[in-house]
Ligand binder design. Structure first.
Ligand SMILES: Nc1ncnc2c1ncn2[C@@H]1O[C@H](COP(=O)(O)OP(=O)(O)OP(=O)(O)O)[C@@H](O)[C@H]1O
Ligand SMILES: [Mg+2]
Length: 366
């Protein structure tokens, strides 16, 4: 910013003086010693969602609930005439998302003017979004669990009543009327199985031992190959240096099995053609943030298939319970997988396009 013009106090918005700033993609504001806005470039208007005119009517810190931080930064820059004072700020705006920015404030010579640059803090935005998704998925699961409980309670009663009713049916109408009671009993049983599956992940104890991820992969490989003996290749691409870690082996088998099973089901046409492939790939990842916590080392497991890809209309929702794109699917396999991975403090992600679907599991390693 040293090339910026002389600190003469020009009338606000003087075009010649600010011409260069108009083109910048970074938000830049010029404020007077009273921190009243004298000029804001179009990028700043965009970022703050306010026009130049309304910005020029305000003192900058007054636009934010926590503007004091920005005021202090300006005062510091004014007092010490720093060439460039940088700080990460989360600017709170009433009724809107906070604005995460990296700010830098420079004093412009003797006139008491300050040049403020605001750049969006993309990393913070991403973390915020991930946190919101995590909260949302936890709230969803809780809702489903509570509903499942509510459904489960009266089911036993409904089924029992239908059985009693069946015993009381007049013998000469037994055959035709028992068809109805059988419908009630069968449907009650079907619902029972569904709610049991919904509640299952929260019932089973989490049994922790030393887990070798390749043992998990091998178990899944043989289970899938037993079900799909021809037309499907399961390729191993293992990094043998991955250390054992503490976890629940049975749960992790269930996770990889659910994902690989989906892949095998999606590969139906290629299995028939004989060129279906699933790859189990293990790697080590370094310096990753999983569910808000930073780890030096993590397991990076991929389950990749060369099938048709996930149908676009459900792609954003596949981890939600009861979302299925498959005839007869209950839409619980991936929800269960995600719950188990989260219980291991990990995350599960998916990328998919026709010909390549990649489920990625990241788990902290010791
Ligand atoms: N590898 C994949 N390729 C294409 N589509 C997939 C793949 N994995 C998942 N899907 C889609 O995501 C949906 C949700 O999967 P999920 O395992 O949660 O439920 P489901 O397989 O339908 O039923 P369930 O596993 O409970 O028997 C699937 O129905 C399928 O449409
Ligand atoms: Mg499934």
């Amino acid at each position: 910013m040293t090339g910026f013009g002389a600190p003469s106090i020009a009338p606000a918005g003087a075009p010649a003086r600010f011409a260069g700033l108009e083109l910048l993609a970074t938000a830049v504001l010029l404020v007077g010693p009273d921190i009243a806005v004298r000029y804001a470039n179009p990028a700043a208007e965009n970022l703050l969602e306010l026009s130049l005119k309304s910005l020029q009517r305000s003192r900058l810190p007054e636009l934010f609930a926590n503007g004091a931080e920005l005021s202090a930064l300006c005062a510091q820059a004014l007092a010490h005439q720093y060439a460039d004072l940088r700080q990460d700020l989360s600017l709170q705006r009433p009724g809107r998302e906070p604005l995460h920015v990296i700010s830098s404030v420079s004093a412009l010579g003797e006139g008491g003017e300050l040049l403020i640059e605001l750049r969006e803090n993309v990393q913070q935005l991403k973390l915020d979004r991930e946190e919101r998704i995590l909260d949302q998925s936890q709230a969803n699961k809780e809702l489903i669990r509570n509903m499942a409980h509510e459904i489960k309670n009266p089911l036993g009663g409904i089924r029992g009543a239908a059985q009693l009713l069946e015993l009381e049916l007049p013998p000469h109408h037994l055959l035709e009327l028992s068809e109805y009671t059988q419908v009630i009993i069968k449907e009650a049983d079907r619902l029972q199985t569904l709610v049991d599956r919904l509640l299952a992940p929260h019932r089973k104890p989490h049994i922790v031992g030393d887990v070798n991820i390749h043992e998990v992969c091998e178990r899944v490989r043989s289970l899938i190959l037993a079900e799909f003996p021809t037309g499907l290749t399961i390729r191993r691409d293992y990094d043998a240096s991955i250390p054992e870690f503490r976890g629940d082996m049975e749960q992790l088998i269930q996770v990889v099995l659910n994902i690989a099973h989906n892949a095998a089901q999606a590969l139906k046409l290629r299995i028939a053609a004989g060129d279906a492939e699933i790859v189990l790939r293990t790697r080590v990842a370094r310096q990753v943030t999983l569910a808000k916590v930073r780890y030096g080392l993590a397991l990076d497991l991929h389950i990749i298939d060369n099938g048709p890809g996930i149908a676009p209309e459900i792609r954003d929702r596949i981890f939600y319970p009861l979302v299925s794109g498959r005839e007869g699917g209950s839409g619980l396999g991936l929800t269960l997988a995600q719950t188990f991975v989260q219980q291991h403090l990990g995350v599960i992600e998916c990328e998919s396009r026709p010909g390549l679907t990649d489920f990625r599991i990241l788990l902290p390693l010791p």
